[in-house]
Design a protein around this ligand. Structure first.
Ligand code: AMP
Length: 358
């Protein structure tokens, strides 16, 4: 195993949102500094990072100076432009590496990768134009969802087709971008596994959480999830398979649909994940520390869970409920320091620890 990064080393983090903020805190707890790179001014991570660079991903000089100032690079989001990655990668190691990014940046590549691993996905077909959509609909049928291949998150760049008559409107919603048609999966509920792989190949997974979305945005994660013992094992094993296939280093979120035919993989996120925030108050080593451990060449925490937790996202005006939540017992607040509460904007979250019965 490679030696861990020495104390006082600097971890470069691309992206200064709440995930970057919580990664910075975890890095500091392990004796590291963080340098955050973010195009927008006053990012949430800027309050806690040792250093912040405010520059675009097309600023070669800023990227080079950033890379020169750090020992290793990681990121909080997967849509980092290729040109920026080329430049950074030439100077410092990036974890998770290019392979994980190229798979997760493109829904079509991602689905094909998962299928080739022998995992179940929604039926899918590439759609580039009207003829492509007609062909894909003939193969997959309705209901279905048309999604842009790239740059989709929180339900954006998606259109549902209840009948083939919805094809024109769905295609228009893609605005000419290459797309993928997915058959609609009749799932009973959604779960996710947050798993990590260390530099030496060790894998650790957190207990799967059950996720509820509202308006395409994660509202709540509950652990334990409603899963049979066999499904729980399946979820953890399939996450391990994905991590090993990619020789991955770091934390990954794997989103799954629970169906009578087993677990179907929806998507993977090569980073810490909103549905893993419960680990901050349910585990000795949370997902943020786990990620920093992996990136810095440490052994992983075991991922064991010591409490039942319900994580609720505080979105937009929910932030006004903070004084009330602050009076609740067993409710751990995590606020992101964002000044302006816009609709749909993630302002913070609360982890409610469910006391053991009996
Ligand atoms: P995504 O951006 O792909 O994670 O999709 C956002 C949400 O849309 C998911 O969490 C599901 O609730 C729903 N969804 C996405 N794809 C499908 C599908 N193929 N079948 C059923 N529901 C889906």
């Amino acid at each position: 195993m490679t030696d861990p990064l020495p104390a006082g080393s600097t971890i470069g983090i691309l992206g200064g949102g709440q995930l970057g903020r919580m990664l910075s805190v975890a890095a500091a707890r392990l004796g590291y500094r963080s340098h955050v790179y973010e195009p927008a001014a006053n990012p949430p991570a800027g309050d806690v990072a040792h250093r912040v660079t405010t520059a675009g991903y097309d600023d070669a000089a800023a990227l080079a100076a950033f890379a020169a100032s750090v020992d290793v690079i990681t990121y909080e989001f997967e849509n980092i432009p290729t040109s920026a990655l080329d430049l950074l990668e030439a100077q410092r190691p990036i974890y998770p590496d290019r392979r994980a990014l190229s798979v997760s940046q493109d829904r079509l590549v991602e689905k094909a990768f998962l299928r080739d691993l022998g995992l179940q996905t929604a039926p899918f077909a590439a759609v580039n134009d009207e003829d492509g959509l007609t062909g894909a609909l003939a193969e997959i049928g309705t209901p279905a969802i048309l999604k842009t291949r790239r740059l989709g998150y929180d339900g954006k760049g998606q259109a549902r087709l209840d009948t083939p008559g919805d094809a024109d409107a769905a295609l228009a919603a893609m605005a000419g971008a290459p797309a993928i048609l997915e058959g609609f999966v009749a799932f009973s509920h959604e779960v996710s596994v947050i798993a990590a792989r260390a530099r030496d190949g060790a894998v650790a997974a957190f207990d799967p959480g059950e996720n509820v979305h509202e308006g395409g945005i994660l509202r709540r994660t509950t652990v334990p999830a409603r899963l049979t013992a066999a499904q729980r094992t399946d979820a953890v094993l399939l996450a391990g398979r994905i991590l090993n296939a990619l020789k991955y280093v770091g934390v990954m979120g794997v989103e799954l649909f629970v169906t009578p035919k087993g677990l179907i993989v929806n998507e993977i996120a090569p980073r810490v994940h909103n549905s893993g925030h419960w680990t901050q108050d349910g585990c000795a080593v949370d997902q943020f520390e786990q990620h920093i451990r992996a990136v810095a060449g440490w052994p992983l925490g075991d991922g064991g869970r010591f409490a039942d937790v319900v994580m609720e996202n505080l979105i937009g005006d929910d932030i006004a409920r903070v004084p009330e939540i602050a009076r609740e017992a067993n409710a751990a607040l995590h606020l992101y320091g964002k000044a302006e509460a816009r609709p749909g904007r993630k302002m913070g979250h609360v982890n409610r620890i469910v006391p053991a019965r009996g």
